[in-house]
Ligand binder design. Structure first.
Ligand SMILES: NC(=O)c1ccc[n+]([C@@H]2O[C@H](COP(=O)([O-])OP(=O)(O)OC[C@H]3O[C@@H](n4cnc5c(N)ncnc54)[C@H](O)[C@@H]3O)[C@@H](O)[C@H]2O)c1
Length: 442
């Protein structure tokens, strides 16, 4: 049995099954020119370059133009594309192009909504990075735009397409876990890069960056490269840890459980304990979510590193995804005589109780059960990356008009949960989702 890198790294022992990658990993060869998806990238920073590369690895795609606000990123994008491309700092010039079928949007979060709506109106399909929105009301406008213009809009939280999460869904649906009442998840980090304190390129200036366009409809302020390159640290442009990392965990949890809705309530606590370089978002946040049938405890901590975990607790079993490796184990559910309170009984009564109990519950035939200690582990093959499946799914939807695997309704539900976590933290109150007014109430 060959272990996937994730399983090996975690030192997983026992029975490990290697999951089969999706169809996208087998697709090679030529695609008819009429099926080629011509796309452009809007926002080609770290993530924009990554997803451009991923999109180019999907057969039958071609990049035709790119847009960013910083000269260095326009150069970086062309290095990834390995060709000279038409470039612009105004995304509307991209949307005006007739040779663009789809756009990849990887700008900071405060720009997602405007660009997605404009792209839909211009007849382009859109892959928009997570989190879908910066503010709650934007999500509904984006859903309307996609529907009105009949566009494919896919949100970029790749767990939605990952094979490990699909296997977890299958196990959940099989009933193996019994009744699930609790879920916990975390993503923790302990270094400057993980805390978004990225280095500033030495040529960053108002000459190389369109600062005014970066601000968009955010509050005006004078040029500040830290705000431009470390935008996640500021509520004007991002949503801190929930928008950056909760959204991945929420996508995974909703995928496993098959839910597609906002939580009913959220309560967060946290603080800025360590990263005091000027950010206005917490470096630790802990949130308790109330979903209809189960509760979720979620946290991100930038002050201690530990392997990412999502754990689903059921009456019959426990499912854990740790570092991308899935493990399921059954709970001991065979009948047992009560073994606590009877020790407060007189010995005679206790013995009678135990005797009677055993008569009613004969000893199991050896080997018949128990499965109680069996742990099953599922790992992706070495080199597997759910981003490839997610991008493949997007390109398939563009070609075939099959609905997106992560449409804006789903993306909106995870984004709302992120906004609820922040609402609770900043307003020091329980955040309540009001479906009627489609808003968060305190
Ligand atoms: N799915 C994932 O795993 C994942 C990982 C990282 C980032 N992301 C998401 O990707 C997005 C980008 O993150 P990043 O780390 O690449 O940030 P980044 O700062 O590295 O890049 C953002 C780029 O967008 C450009 N930009 C800003 N406003 C623009 C506008 N109006 N028009 C065109 N370009 C504009 C900036 O110049 C910058 O180069 C964010 O939404 C983030 O949450 C997703």
């Amino acid at each position: 049995m060959q272990l996937g890198a994730g399983a090996t790294a975690l030192g997983v022992a026992g029975k490990v099954s290697i999951l089969q990658p999706g169809r996208s990993w087998a697709v090679t060869g030529a695609v008819a020119p009429s099926d080629t998806v011509r796309f452009a990238s809007i926002g080609t920073g770290v993530r924009g370059c990554e997803i451009m590369k991923t999109a180019l690895s999907v057969p039958g795609t071609e990049i035709v133009a790119t847009c960013d606000l910083y000269d260095g990123r326009l150069i970086a994008a062309q290095e990834v594309a390995q060709k000279q491309l038409p470039t612009t700092k105004d995304y509307r010039a991209i949307l005006d192009r007739k040779d663009v079928d789809a756009v990849l949007v990887a700008t900071p979060d405060h720009w997602h909504s405007r660009i997605v709506q404009d792209a839909c109106a211009a007849g382009k399909d859109v892959y928009c990075e997570k989190p879908m929105t910066h503010k709650v009301e934007q999500g509904f406008a984006m859903i309307d735009a996609a529907q009105q213009h009949q566009r494919i809009v896919q949100v970029g939280s790749q767990r939605r397409s990952g094979i490990v999460w699909a296997k977890a869904r299958e196990i959940y649906q099989s009933g193996y876990l019994g009744e699930v009442t609790a879920v916990e998840a975390w993503i923790d980090r302990n270094d400057a890069s993980g805390a978004w304190v990225y280095p500033i390129p030495p040529d960053a200036s108002e000459k190389t960056i369109d600062w005014n366009q970066f601000l968009g409809d955010a509050p005006r302020c004078s040029f500040d490269p830290a705000r431009f390159f470390r935008w996640r640290c500021f509520t004007d442009y991002g949503e801190g840890l929930p928008g950056d990392l909760y959204v991945h965990m929420l996508t995974g949890i909703l995928t496993i459980t098959g839910l597609n809705q906002a939580p009913r309530r959220a309560f967060s606590a946290g603080g800025i304990f360590r990263w005091k370089e000027g950010r206005d978002v917490p470096d630790l946040i802990w949130t308790l979510y109330e979903y209809p049938d189960f509760r979720v405890g979620m946290r991100c901590n930038l002050n201690n590193e530990s392997t990412d975990v999502t754990r689903v607790f059921g009456t019959k079993g426990t499912l854990e995804i740790k570092g991308g490796v899935l493990a399921v184990s059954p709970q001991k559910t065979e009948p047992q005589p009560e073994g606590y309170s009877i020790f407060g009984w007189p010995e005679k009564l206790r013995n009678e109780y135990l005797k009677e109990w055993r008569q009613q519950h004969p000893e199991p035939v050896p080997g018949k059960f128990s499965v109680a200690d069996q742990l099953q582990t599922f790992a992706p093959p070495d080199g597997y990356d759910d981003q490839i499946d997610h991008m493949h799914n997007f390109m398939e939807s563009v070609r075939t008009r099959r609905p997106s695997v992560e449409d804006p309704v789903f993306g909106n539900h995870t984004a709302i949960a992120c906004h609820m976590a922040n609402y609770s933290y900043f307003n020091k109150t329980v955040a309540v989702w009001d479906e009627g007014s489609k808003s968060i109430k305190g």
